[in-house]
Write a protein that binds this ligand. Structure first.
Ligand code: SF4
Ligand code: SF4
Length: 183
């Protein structure tokens, strides 16, 4: 039996590290777009893009939040840029148990770049629009691929809570909350 194929739009943000000046406008607008209600506040700690800064050497590297992972990886990468060695996890995109980056500071829930998903679609993601240095360029391309179910943001968040507190605790808490709501 042939697997079902469907068209998919791949969204990419190309990063030109040479052009990034470390202004962090991308962090500000990302956190504002994802605040609730939208644009009501901004806190770069809640952004889904973080700019790794080394002002002395004039190096700024924007890193986008990627997938949540429940386990730390066994191997680490070491980067040497212009003779300076960077922290092993400096440019990693994952939200993982070994550090706080790409986690909601209040809840600890994982943050992931969603390309500013909104309805109607934005012409370009906000961080790209706000990057006046043109360090970020948005690109789209169509590909055909086999249908695959992707977990929703809610599912990823629940998985992270279960990893942190255990399934029984989450189920008990939900039952308690739902009873309280019904009263
Ligand atoms: S807005 Fe552009 S120049 Fe400013 S920190 Fe972000 S990527 Fe760099
Ligand atoms: S594309 Fe949108 S969600 Fe992703 S980092 Fe940029 S502003 Fe944040």
């Amino acid at each position: 039996m042939n697997a079902q194929k469907k068209k998919k739009t791949i969204k990419t943000i190309k990063i030109d590290v040479e052009k990034c000046n470390g202004c962090r406008a991308c962090e500000v607008i990302c956190s504002a777009f994802h605040s609730s209600p939208k644009y009501s506040s901004n806190n770069p700690a809640k952004a889904r893009i973080h700019v790794i800064c080394d002002a002395v050497r004039n190096i700024y590297v924007p890193v986008y939040a990627g997938e949540y992972t429940a386990a730390e990886c066994m191997g680490r990468d070491k980067y040497v840029i212009d003779g300076k060695e960077y922290d092993e996890c400096a440019f990693c995109r994952a939200s993982c148990p070994s550090r706080d980056r790409f986690k909601e500071p209040d809840t600890g829930l994982p943050l992931k770049c969603d390309m500013c998903e909104s309805d109607p679609d934005l012409k370009e993601p906000w961080c790209v629009q706000w990057c006046l240095a043109d360090a970020l360029t948005y690109e789209e391309r169509e590909v055909e691929e086999e249908e695959e179910e992707r977990p929703e943001e809610l599912e990823v968040g629940l998985e992270a809570l279960i990893d942190k507190y255990g399934l029984d605790n989450i189920v008990e808490t939900l039952a308690r909350l739902s009873e309280a709501k019904e009263e």
